[in-house]
Design a protein around this ligand. Structure first.
Ligand code: ATP
Ligand code: MG
Length: 197
């Protein structure tokens, strides 16, 4: 069994997240990709993060009935700061013998030196750095502590210039976000008034 894991804040989930998951599913012949929203991001964010229940719900709406992906509430249910190393240990308990591919955008993996127990993280999974606009995969190596470099695999994929930051800003400005995130998520944002103020 080979499982992909895409962790993040997903505030909100968007089409680039879904594309990264789909592409990895096909290219690495995964059995399923778990979308794992964090409870509390382990690192400070420059804005106040939306309550986990909303972020989880939007992820579920985005995935819908797609069988290739599943939203996993493992971090939200655990609560507290979401450390990847703990999630990976729990997933190995749940799926004994499974190979886990942890998918991260090139921007996120550049911070690996600040993660909790990064040596354990790379022991517990195959860490895949996916290309993202503005984050050069080649330059990435220089930003990663030398001891971790051998464990990072790079996965060049079509780059989509979509971020949750962009979506939040557009909603705040009253600009459309259709086609940046699934329609069900757009409707949820409209109904709840998220990101408006
Ligand atoms: P924010 O702008 O709030 O940081 P985000 O769009 O970066 O949001 P996150 O929830 O922070 O979304 O990211 C979750 C994971 O998805 C991270 O590994 C991130 O690098 C990756 N990711 C997000 N957007 C893209 C993208 N456009 N291309 C490739 N990877 C992406
Ligand atoms: Mg981000």
């Amino acid at each position: 069994m080979r499982i992909g894991v895409l962790g993040g804040t997903f505030d909100p989930i968007h089409n680039a997240h879904l594309f990264v998951a789909e592409d990895a599913y096909a290219q690495f012949r995964l059995d399923q990709v778990l979308i794992v929203p964090n409870a509390v991001p382990p690192h400070w964010k420059p804005y106040s993060v939306t309550p986990a229940e909303h972020r989880l719900r939007m992820a579920q709406l985005a995935v819908g009935s797609c069988v290739r992906m599943k939203v996993d509430p493992i971090e939200v249910e655990r609560g507290g700061p979401s450390y990847t190393v703990i999630t990976l240990r729990e997933l190995h308990e749940r799926y004994p013998g499974a190979e886990i591919l942890f998918l991260t955008g090139a921007d996120a993996v550049a911070e690996i030196g600040t993660w909790r127990e990064p040596e354990e993280v790379v022991r517990l999974c195959r860490l895949i750095a996916v290309s993202r606009p503005g984050s050069d995969l080649d330059a990435l190596r220089d930003r990663i502590p030398e001891r971790l470099r051998p464990f990072i695999e790079t996965h060049p994929a079509p780059e989509l210039g979509i971020s949750s930051t962009l979506i939040r800003a557009r909603v705040r400005q009253g600009l459309p976000v259709h086609y940046l995130t699934p329609e069900a998520v757009v409707a949820y944002i409209q109904e709840t008034g998220l990101y408006r103020a």
